[in-house]
Design a protein around this ligand. Structure first.
Ligand SMILES: *Cc1c(COP(=O)(O)O)cnc(C)c1O
Ligand SMILES: [Zn+2]
Length: 388
């Protein structure tokens, strides 16, 4: 509701909102949704939230769907924020440590947030066939939401994607193609075939709406922290949709008068064997080169080239944040440590936050008394191969 237009995130060119759009027609970069926040804020107030649905659609006024009957929902969002004192007690300084448990979403990852928005909008704009290249969880989420919407889904995944992702797509009725390559190779196939096949491409940030679904993590954090955002957010980064989305959400909330100008320091973390954003951050670059020979068991982080690289890097820098990598051995070990301490079987992407946080404490970047949120972006049960 209340969408005024789409805007290119790089060149600012205005695009029409009520038609299907992928990338900016002049520079090929992502489009972001802009709202009439004054109108949105008339009915969407902080007080209004107490009576709303416990899905991310509680923020409907700042989500893109115009007609509520087009919303395709499986109960996504409004996930718990756990205070994790046992885990915090294992760290060398005393922190207020929290886990936002995105593994409790439909299809067991936060990809559900993006896909509920993208598929609802695809439905509103008359799409019948959708396609996606995926490193794993985006595929499972797309398959589920497409099934619920009655659309045909075409999915291209690396052949070594976790088995749970492949099986869930098949069992929710998608057309699954396994590709001998990486997500970037899968993306090329979708790009080559989509026109002839009549597919709408829902790749990360190549359509404007997944990021809108994911931005609701920012709204939820503000609400769950009683409108005082934490000091540090640790975000396991692949395409960066969630980090970009939360950053956008903070600005929207400030414009509606919900929060002040204080922002969390945004920490982008990646696997050492696929760390294009970390490398670009360290080199002072705004765009990230493709990371050669990318590999990691944290399949959601296996994104060697992200089209929203500059949006991730801009947000990290503007927030006073940083970018850091951890090894696969470190992140797999952390799954068991978090699980035993807190009873949450995290995805390896989420567990990567813990060794990254230890390093940031070591270098004095995070210090005693700060509040830190780590995002567990998925459920460990989808990655059984990583523990063999
Ligand atoms: C996709 C994914 C990520 C990365 O998310 P982006 O928003 O693309 O950076 C992290 N963790 C899991 C479990 C994922 O599925
Ligand atoms: Zn542009």
């Amino acid at each position: 509701m209340n969408v005024t237009h789409l805007e290119c995130a790089l060149c600012g060119l205005r695009h029409e909102a009520n038609v299907l759009q992928n990338l900016c027609i002049t520079c090929g970069k992502p489009l972001l949704v802009r709202y009439d926040l004054e109108t949105a804020g008339k009915t969407l107030t902080r007080e209004s939230l107490s009576t709303r649905t416990s899905t991310l659609w509680r923020y409907a006024e700042v989500l893109p769907v115009r007609s509520p009957e087009n919303i395709v929902s499986l109960g996504e969002g409004w996930t718990p924020l756990f205070k994790t004192d046992t885990l915090a007690g294992r760290l060398p300084v005393k922190l207020d440590l929290y886990i936002k448990d995105e593994g409790q979403n439909p299809t067991q990852s936060f990809k559900a947030r993006g896909m509920t928005a993208a598929i609802s909008m695809a439905k509103e704009l008359g799409v019948k066939k959708v396609a996606v290249p995926s490193a794993g969880n985006a595929a499972g989420a797309l398959a589920a939401y497409a099934a619920k919407a009655g659309m045909e889904a075409f999915i291209f995944m690396p052949a070594d994607t976790p088995r749970a992702n492949i099986v869930e797509c098949q069992q929710t009725g998608a057309n699954v193609t396994l590709v001998d390559g990486l997500i970037t190779d899968c993306g090329k196939i979708v790009a080559e075939r989509k026109e002839a096949e009549g597919w709408f491409d829902v790749s990360t940030l190549k359509e404007p709406y997944r990021v809108e679904g994911k931005k609701t993590m920012g709204y939820e954090l503000a609400e769950q922290f009683d409108w005082n955002l934490p000091d540090v957010i640790m975000y396991p980064t692949g395409g960066g949709t969630g980090l970009i989305g939360m950053w956008k959400a903070f600005d929207e909330m400030e414009q509606m008068g919900w929060i002040g100008s204080k922002r969390p320091r945004m920490v982008s973390l990646q696997s050492a064997t696929c760390a294009p954003i970390v490398r670009a951050f360290e080199n002072g670059e705004r765009f990230a080169d493709e990371f050669e020979n990318a590999s990691t068991v944290a399949s959601g982080l296996r994104v060697p080239k992200a089209i929203g690289d500059f949006l991730i890097l801009d947000a990290v820098r503007a927030s006073g944040g940083t970018a850091i990598s951890v090894t696969d051995a470190e992140l797999v070990e952390a799954v068991g440590e978090i699980g035993a301490a807190e009873g949450i079987f995290t995805a390896p992407e989420g567990s990567a936050c813990l060794p990254a946080l230890r390093k940031l404490i070591d270098i004095g970047y995070v210090s005693a008394g700060e509040s830190v949120v780590i995002f567990n972006t998925g459920a460990g049960v989808k990655y059984l191969e990583a523990f063999e």
